[in-house]
Design a protein around this ligand. Structure first.
Ligand code: PLP
Length: 378
């Protein structure tokens, strides 16, 4: 990203945020809120009207009755996950995180004083968590299981039965489940069911965000649904670290949740078209990849030994930026992640350059009898 920054001649396929502007009705609501005096601290867990708007949203989209006491408005999904982790662990406790997975889980666990342990997401299992494998990793110090669906970088959407089984699993082993659902509105196929649907006793922290859904990454606002005690602890931690999410951003979130949702549909339609285009181009060139059901990334087998070096060379020699798979954990080595937020033309150009680089790298995935294990297409 640093190498690509500021260069006009680079095809940007590494971007992890929507390139759309925030919809104007949301911007206007925030401007009005600032004029109306929403320029001060708010309660740690968020403005009451925003917590109510979250409850209404959970009812509208998931049919769930959630009390406002179970809502914590946070500084993005990042703020929700890091506060929940800090609330859940003591120094030396273990946190199970996905591999490949969003790299910030590792950092957040370390910053909270915990020990991150990576559980494998295997292509032969459709990149879904395996409960037996998870069970074998639970020890006396394990406190938290982190899951992410829709997934960055894999684009998987967990079937509802798996979500329910994961909640059961954390109940059995007395763990906290942090369920990162920040891409919950970006779904192409399948059904996303939030983990809090199945929460028996307040051990699920389901994390949502305005960032990806409403193209609001810079506003820094999100929210968690958790048990009341967890929300109290998260709110206390917010006092220590950030006090509260910014008041104008909270009002923007309220307007986003309560307002028309056709802007979300329109953005998703573009991502879906980009997904279809990217997967078609990759398939035509015989490059193994995973067709995502959600989020806005395609996970691609690059046929390289060192994905960081591969990405570096793709950028310096062919002017295309993408994310090396090793960023997402040791199991991401050999893969790259392409983002679907760019224009179709950039995708065409980027995939053509990627194909040439994959051919140059030897492309061991292609032509192999098992060239495209579970969940991949070629
Ligand atoms: N979770 C995942 C999987 C992400 O990819 C991101 C951002 O890239 C986040 C959480 C955090 O997003 P934010 O803090 O902007 O809500």
């Amino acid at each position: 990203m640093n190498l690509a920054a500021g260069r006009q001649d680079v095809v940007r396929l590494e971007v992890g945020e929507p390139l759309f502007s925030t919809p104007s009705h949301i911007v206007e609501a925030a401007v009005r809120a600032v004029r109306d005096g929403y320029t001060r601290y708010t309660p740690n867990a968020g403005l009451p009207s925003v917590r109510e708007a979250v409850c209404a949203r959970m009812h509208r989209d998931y049919g769930l009755e959630i009390r406002p006491e179970r809502v914590c408005v946070t500084v993005g999904g990042v703020g929700a996950i890091s506060s929940a982790l800090r609330a859940a662990v003591e120094a030396g406790d273990e946190v199970l995180i996905p591999d490949p997975g969003w790299p910030n889980y590792y950092m957040m666990a370390v910053v909270a004083g915990a020990v991150p342990r990576r559980y494998p997401l295997r292509p032969e299992n459709g990149y879904l968590p395996d409960l037996d494998e998870l069970r074998s990793m639970v020890g006396p110090r394990t406190r938290v299981l982190v899951v992410n669906s829709p997934s960055n970088p894999l684009g998987t959407v967990f079937p509802p039965t798996l979500v329910e089984a994961l909640v059961d699993f954390v109940s059995t082993h007395d763990l906290i489940l942090i369920s990162d659902e920040v891409y919950d509105c970006i779904i192409y196929e399948g059904t996303h069911r939030t983990a809090c649907t199945y929460d028996p006793d307040g051990r699920v922290v389901a994390v949502f965000s305005a960032s990806k859904t409403y193209a609001m990454t810079g506003w820094r606002v999100g929210y968690a649904i958790a048990g009341e005690e967890m929300v109290r602890q998260m709110a206390k931690l917010q006092e220590a670290y950030v006090s509260c999410a910014p008041a104008p951003s909270q009002k923007a979130l309220e307007a986003a949740l309560a307002g028309p949702q056709d802007c979300v549909e329109a953005m998703c339609l573009t991502y879906r078209e980009n997904r279809d285009l990217t997967c078609r181009l990759l398939a035509e060139r015989g490059i193994p990849h995973r067709r995502p059901e959600g989020a806005f990334y395609v996970w691609i087998e690059a046929g390289c030994r060192n994905s960081t070096e591969f990405a570096h060379r793709l950028l310096t020699e062919r002017g295309v930026a993408l994310a090396p798979g090793s960023t997402f954990g040791p199991r991401g080595e050999g893969y790259v992640r392409v983002s679907l937020v760019s224009a179709a033309e950039a995708i065409r150009e980027g995939v053509a350059a990627l194909a040439a680089a994959v051919a140059g790298a030897g492309a061991p995935g292609r032509g192999r009898p098992d060239g495209c294990p579970g969940g991949c297409e070629a």
